[in-house]
Write a protein that binds this ligand. Structure first.
Ligand code: FAD
Length: 319
């Protein structure tokens, strides 16, 4: 099978386009899971070896994720970075090339748990610099009973993982004066990739406010990196942490990401400073629902905190 004739391709091409326009990643992934079911057994039996074979011949001088397609990456090393999060460093087939991923891209990971017909597909956002040659790194939080996070945490150096690139939004420098990034738990990784990408582009003057809700102080696994960016870019980037169960002496505020917390962080839509703002949200489903509202079937729709703060739906993007 040539590398680009993967049976997932039409479905996921469509999914990628939808993702770039109107759909959140979670909806897009759910659509992909439903659609690819019939191919799962076929892919389980045949594609891993074929994808691997295609990639082994790589070295074409082109970044691997410059175009759409599935690839098998070899795990180079792992590192436990806190009580529940592992950094997984994967080798790219051509060590001289960066991944080719652009800002706000993720990797759709595919696994085939034994005893299941359907594959498990979940997105993870690389956290190493996008221009680093030879590697992509994922930071994966382990969820109790989580299908993909458990699989990824079980991988050993030398094991392989099938992935495809997906794009979230097309980031255009200076399209918005201000971007608000609201994250919960491991939903921080797309925000980290975007923050670093904006701040490392001298042409991009976008101001960034990050609000990150976590369970404990130990969950702030990119805290040092964000602190360094705040120091390097005073007035451009501000990070606010909200911890539901802070330890004694924690420097962070206690609680959840509420309307009050967002107002205190300067994120009321009524503020003159936020006339041209884009709000991006990525977190656990209950947090996303609280922020962006629910449709509801029996007249029980909720507006969500962001609507209460004065944001219109087209100002808000849910990953
Ligand atoms: C654009 C995007 C990028 C992401 N990047 C990363 C990343 O870099 N690192 C990372 O660790 N995760 C990331 N995620 C989340 C990831 O895709 C999975 O949702 C997560 O790993 C759980 O998958 P699972 O199969 O292990 O759990 P599942 O089997 O789906 O669920 C197991 C349990 O975990 C709960 N759960 C599922 N998802 C979440 C969640 N996001 N937050 C809290 N509880 C949850 C479920 O309610 C359930 O109780 C990202 C999500 C999106 C949309």
């Amino acid at each position: 099978m040539p590398p680009n004739s993967n049976p997932f391709r039409p479905l996921l091409l469509r999914q990628t386009r939808l993702t770039a326009t109107a759909m959140s990643t979670s909806v897009a992934v759910a659509a992909a899971v439903a659609g690819v079911g019939v191919y799962a057994l076929y892919l389980r039996r045949s594609s891993a070896a074929q994808i691997t074979g295609a990639d082994a011949k790589s070295g074409s001088g082109k970044p691997i994720f410059g175009s759409f397609g599935f690839h098998s990456l070899r795990l180079h090393s792992t590192e436990l970075i806190n009580h529940n999060t592992k950094k997984l460093r994967f080798e790219l087939p051509d060590p001289s090339q960066p991944s080719g991923l652009s800002l706000t891209s993720a990797l759709l990971t595919v696994s085939f748990p034994s005893g299941r017909w359907l594959p498990v597909l979940r997105p993870y956002t690389p956290t190493n610099p996008l221009d680093e040659p030879g590697y992509v790194e994922l930071m994966v939080k382990l969820y109790p009973g989580g299908k993909q996070s458990t699989h990824l945490h079980s991988l050993k150096p030398g094991d392989r993982l099938t992935v495809a690139p997906i794009k979230e939004i097309a980031w255009t420098p200076n399209k918005h004066a201000h971007v608000a990034l609201i994250a919960g738990g491991a939903g921080i990784t797309p925000m980290y990739q975007l923050t670093r990408g904006i701040l490392s582009n001298p042409q991009d003057k976008t101001r960034i406010t990050l609000v990150w809700g976590v369970n404990s102080d130990e969950d702030i696994f990119l805290g040092d990196e964000f602190a360094a960016l705040e120091k390097q870019h005073p007035g451009r980037f501000k990070a606010v942490y909200v911890v539901s169960q802070p330890g004694a002496g924690s420097p962070h505020q206690k609680g959840y990401v509420t309307k009050q917390v967002l107002e205190n962080a300067g994120l009321s839509a009524a503020s003159e400073k936020n006339k041209d703002i884009k709000v991006l949200v990525c977190g656990p489903p209950p947090m996303e629902k609280a922020l962006t509202g629910t449709k509801g079937w029996m007249g029980n729709a909720t507006a969500g905190v962001l609507t209460e703060l004065g944001y219109s739906p087209n100002q808000v993007h849910r990953f």
